[in-house]
Design a protein around this ligand. Structure first.
Ligand code: RRO
Length: 305
């Protein structure tokens, strides 16, 4: 039997392998997230949850584009209180649960974080980077002082592994990652979607009701890799790579650039739930063929070349 281990530890969150789903992808109901775990993911990440239920933007909210897709869901979610049942159900299935959350104010971020922690979330992913809403709903991820402040407030209130999901829609993502570090985050997730636009030439207007949306999928991968690379050069935090991971090769690229784990979003739509097992087993084969015994041995190796 092989001695090789795919397990990773993200500041106390122990994963059987370094794959998770990206927040929002199938994340609204526990039956679908259970299938993510059964599909082989190391942990599941919920849709971003706020204090109150939110309907989100009107349709159309999703459109396929070359190299990926755009979404402008607008943070639809059932609210933290309703979601407690979903988290309990996921825990029964044995899945480590990363609860993604947002707030319209520092107090709201703290309130939701406390509810999610109380009900048994294993880790928290603070979403300050949705490209489809304004500051009134929690888009503060472009301002380092705000990121530090809200991270520190949640850190103070909750004793769980805390990840901060960063936006690529900034001039200097390292500055934002540093702010998360100063605020006491354990990891950053790099990155959320890239603000983008699709146009319908027959209707002569944007396709999405919200006009702009967030680009995800293969087209985002080089941007996400660059962000992970830049953060890893400077910041001493775990990094969770996110953006265009479709197969194990993509995942290995993120690990080599400095990510300790990856989140998979758009590829769940195109490849199904088995994508998690395929990516994890591909990483295992890569490690084996190259003489490594655990995932951590290749994290950041590209920086030493
Ligand atoms: O719900 C959304 O529109 C959304 C969110 Br919260 C996010 O973080 N990223 C994204 O692309 N869409």
């Amino acid at each position: 039997m092989s001695q090789l281990s795919l397990a990773v530890d993200l500041a106390g969150l122990r994963l059987r392998n370094p794959t998770m789903n990206a927040a929002g992808v199938l994340g609204m109901s526990s039956p679908l997230l259970r299938r993510v775990y059964e599909g082989g993911a190391g942990a599941v990440v919920t849709k971003s949850i706020g204090v109150e239920p939110r309907a989100g933007h009107p349709n159309p909210t999703v459109v396929a584009v070359e190299g990926g897709m755009l979404n402008a869901m607008g943070l639809p979610n059932p609210g933290a209180k309703y979601f407690t049942g979903e988290i309990r159900s996921l825990k029964e299935a044995g899945a480590p649960v990363v609860a993604s959350f947002f707030g319209a104010s520092e107090e709201e971020f703290v309130e939701v974080a406390c509810i999610l922690a109380e009900v048994g979330a294993d880790a928290l992913e603070l979403n300050c980077s949705c490209p489809n809403v304004g500051e009134e709903v929690g888009l503060l991820g472009a301002d380092p002082a705000s990121v530090e402040e809200v991270t520190a407030a949640v850190r103070e209130a909750v004793d769980l592994p805390l990840f901060v999901k960063l936006t690529p829609n900034v001039a200097d993502i390292v500055e934002i990652a540093r702010a998360a570090e100063l605020g006491g985050a354990d990891a950053v997730t790099a990155v959320n979607t890239l603000k983008a636009l699709a146009v319908d030439i027959d209707m002569r207007r944007p396709v999405l009701a919200n006009a702009t949306g967030g680009l995800s999928g293969p087209a985002l991968k080089p941007v996400a890799l660059r962000c992970v690379w830049e953060i890893a050069e400077v910041v001493d935090l775990h990094i969770i790579g996110c953006g265009g991971v479709s197969d194990w090769r993509d995942a290995v690229e993120f690990l080599l650039c400095g990510a300790s784990a990856v989140e998979i979003g758009t590829a769940v739509m195109t490849r199904g739930f088995e994508v998690f097992r395929d990516v994890a087993e591909g990483i295992r084969a890569y490690l084996e063929e190259n003489g490594f015994r655990e995932v951590g041995e290749i994290v950041g190796l590209a920086h030493e070349a």
